[in-house]
Unconditional design. Structure first.
Length: 156
């Protein structure tokens, strides 16, 4: 159950506020997505290489593999820093490789998410808190029956 907005320190966005934040969010998400995909690919390759190694014998490449693991650890730390940066802005990262984020909002008087994915020109979708990406719905367009989209814009 979602706590009432008044007792929440969560930032709530209007569509205009979410779109205004997109230049910075887009830059962070682009880095997050790129590094995330690289880490996934390198982890996979490393696990294949490590699985083929015989730990019983002296392996001349083990030092290099250890260095690769350390570099991966540093990249994982970078990923966490990107996630932290988004959360400080009030944005919820949902899928790093896909570049998917949610902006908390109030739609029809209840908490929901404005949904944006890397590559989209602006925030064009929303979904219920429990619906996720599969539940995305287009934001109402001009001339459509009114739907209340509001936000306090309050910072935590």
């Amino acid at each position: 159950m979602v706590a009432p907005l008044e007792s929440s320190n969560q930032k709530v966005f209007t569509v205009a506020q979410a779109n205004a934040a997109l230049p910075l969010v887009r830059a962070i998400v682009a880095d997050l997505s790129r590094v995330s995909r690289e880490v996934i690919e390198r982890r996979h390759r490393l696990s294949v290489l490590l699985a083929r190694r015989n730990s019983e014998t002296r392996d001349p490449y083990m030092e290099e593999l250890t260095q690769i693991e350390e570099e991966l650890d540093k990249d994982v730390q970078r990923l966490q820093e990107y996630v932290d940066e988004l959360r400080q802005l009030g944005v919820e990262p949902k899928s790093a490789p896909e570049g998917l984020v949610d902006f908390p909002a109030i739609i029809d008087g209840r908490m929901a998410y404005l949904c944006w994915r890397l590559g989209e020109p602006e925030v064009l979708f929303w979904h219920e808190l429990t619906a996720g990406f599969q539940g995305r719905q287009p934001l109402p367009t001009i001339g459509a029956p009114p739907r209340r989209l509001s936000g306090t814009g309050a910072n935590p």
